[in-house]
Design a protein around this ligand. Structure first.
Ligand code: MSP
Length: 501
């Protein structure tokens, strides 16, 4: 089966920051997990390069919008391997292949009768690139997000007949619909639609930095329409072998987005697809914001949780882990350097890192590095029963934090198992040789299984550990405990998460 996951495409007028890393890592966890399950995966990310915010930033810096985009898109593209993101393609909306496909789709929308020429008058935020409706305007005609004065705009625009989709959107977003998760965000989108949809601008006549409207080349498409279409256009030219893979991957299985761009994805996007006669994505998952204010100072990381500093000092896996551990995915929550260091120490270094080190060390010490041929302890087998299936079901619903918690309970269970069985005591008594065999085999197998499950979250360290165990297979078949498959010796391993000096 195929699985298509996307991130929003990032504005090139900002520097990459933790918020961008967050959505990207989330999508990567899903992509890696689905690959383990043997799915044919396409994972897309990229940059959003057109529109007024970019044109304005370029003007301020005295460069062309294309120059600014090239420079900043390169920063986002370089971020991907740093995050260990396994994206299949990186789309840039200034790519002419994207523009050509945007024009094709929009021409269909036009031919289907969903556009008209009109005059727009209203309040516009140049930073959001968004025309605000009455209830989206803060006091003194300011933008509630950017707190800057809104511009009163009057211009001749092409309009999109969003209002024609009132009923289909009400149906799509009806209570109980799985189209948007979490449910609070579904309700928010429905409330927006229930206020009554008004037509929206589709083009801008004053701008030149964008995709030209094919039937009226003095206009360029309003950046959000151009941007949203990346999810479809990329499939036309972004596959590794250059084939058009639209039929294989569209509709997308999940678009991951932050809560600030819900309206565009839950309302405009399905309406646009319907207008073009294209299928709708299966679901949107909306995550919250990582809040970084008012935090305590940490000893080694300073004050602001800078993802680059974290990755450099503690490794990418630690950042990836922390993102879903500290804040429940889907909710808002605070992150801090002090919080990061506390979890690194207690969960990565102690719970998991130590479990790995001592398991390998005991196998080396008591059995010359060879995992004994013995059945898994029934007690431990019971604790792992059904886990792989539960994880798969939760990740089908994009429950990234719940999943990690479920796996972590098993990491802790394995630590308790070590304490309960006390292999060091068994090793002193030759009559307990079988019990020691069983204990070590169970530990090795449990550690291997949690590590396979943790792989999407922490790809580098889990790979190291599986290699040291001599069991590098990542396939999901290995995510449950099994009684076979061990031969050869385990290797030594440096601490996966060394404690800070
Ligand atoms: N270019 C648009 C998206 C177009 S998609 C067709 C855009 N770009 S963005 O760069 O501003 O934001 C990209 C993503 O980063 C959004 O999902 C946004 O929610 C997320 N984040 C930005 N800051 C964030 C936090 N502090 N915390 C979590 N995510 C946040 O919007």
């Amino acid at each position: 089966m195929s699985y298509y996951v996307t991130t929003p495409i990032y504005y090139v007028n900002a520097q990459p920051h933790l918020g961008h890393a967050y959505t990207t890592i989330a999508a990567d966890v899903l992509a890696r997990h689905m690959r383990q399950r043997g799915e044919d995966v396409f994972f897309l990310t990229g940059t959003d390069e057109h529109g007024e915010p970019v044109a304005l930033a370029a003007e301020r810096e005295g460069v062309t919008p294309k120059e600014l985009s090239d420079r900043n898109a390169a920063r986002f593209e370089a971020l991907m391997p740093q995050l260990e993101a396994s994206n299949d393609f990186f789309i840039r909306t200034s790519d002419p292949r994207h523009g050509a496909r945007v024009q094709e789709v929009m021409q269909r929308v036009h031919d289907n009768g969903y556009t008209y020429l009109g005059t727009y008058e209203g309040w516009y935020c140049p930073r959001c690139a968004d025309f605000k409706s009455e209830n989206e305007i803060a006091e003194g005609n300011t933008c509630p997000i950017h707190h800057i004065p809104l511009d009163r705009e009057q211009e001749e625009n092409w309009f999109f007949r969003l209002s024609a989709f009132q009923e289909p959107l009400e149906r799509l977003l009806a209570e109980g619909s799985g189209f948007v998760a979490p449910v609070a965000r579904l309700n928010e989108a429905r409330a927006f639609v229930e206020q009554g949809l008004r037509d929206v601008s589709l083009s801008r006549g004053k701008l030149t930095w964008g995709v030209p409207v094919p039937w009226d080349p003095d206009h360029v498409f309003y950046v959000w329409f151009d941007a949203l279409l990346n999810y479809v256009t990329a499939l036309g030219f972004g596959s590794r072998d250059g084939r058009d893979v639209t039929d294989t991957f569209w509709p997308a299985d999940v678009h991951l987005i932050g809560k600030d761009i819900l309206k565009f994805h839950a309302v405009y996007w399905p309406a646009l697809l319907l207008a073009a006669g294209l299928e709708l994505p299966r679901r949107l998952f909306v995550h919250g914001f990582l809040l970084m204010d008012g935090e305590k100072m940490s000893k080694s990381l300073g004050n602001v949780l800078d993802p680059f500093a974290v990755m450099e000092r503690f490794g990418t896996d630690a950042l990836r882990f922390y993102c879903f551990r500290e804040v429940s995915f889907g909710q808002d929550g605070s992150v801090s350097t002090a919080g990061f260091e506390a979890r690194y120490e207690s969960e990565l270094a102690n719970d998991y890192g130590n479990l790995a080190s001592r398991t390998l060390a005991m196998i080396a010490r008591y059995r010359d590095g060879v995992v004994p041929q013995a059945a898994v302890d029934p007690e431990l087998a019971a604790a792992f029963g059904g886990l792989a299936q539960e994880v798969a079901a939760l990740l089908d619903r994009v429950e990234l934090s719940q999943t990690l918690e479920l796996i972590w309970q098993r990491v802790r269970r394995l630590n308790r198992y070590v304490e309960e069985r006390a292999p060091w005591a068994l090793a002193k008594d030759p009559a307990q040789a079988d019990a020691l065999d069983r204990t070590l085999a169970s530990l090795a197998e449990g550690l291997r299984a949690v590590t396979v499950l943790l792989h999407p979250y922490m790809p580098a360290s889990t790979r190291k550990l599986l290699d040291a165990l001599g069991r590098p297979e990542l396939s999901y078949d290995g995510a449950s405990l099994a009684a076979h498959g061990w031969d050869g010796a385990v290797a030594k391993l440096e601490p996966l998460f060394p404690k800070a000096q």
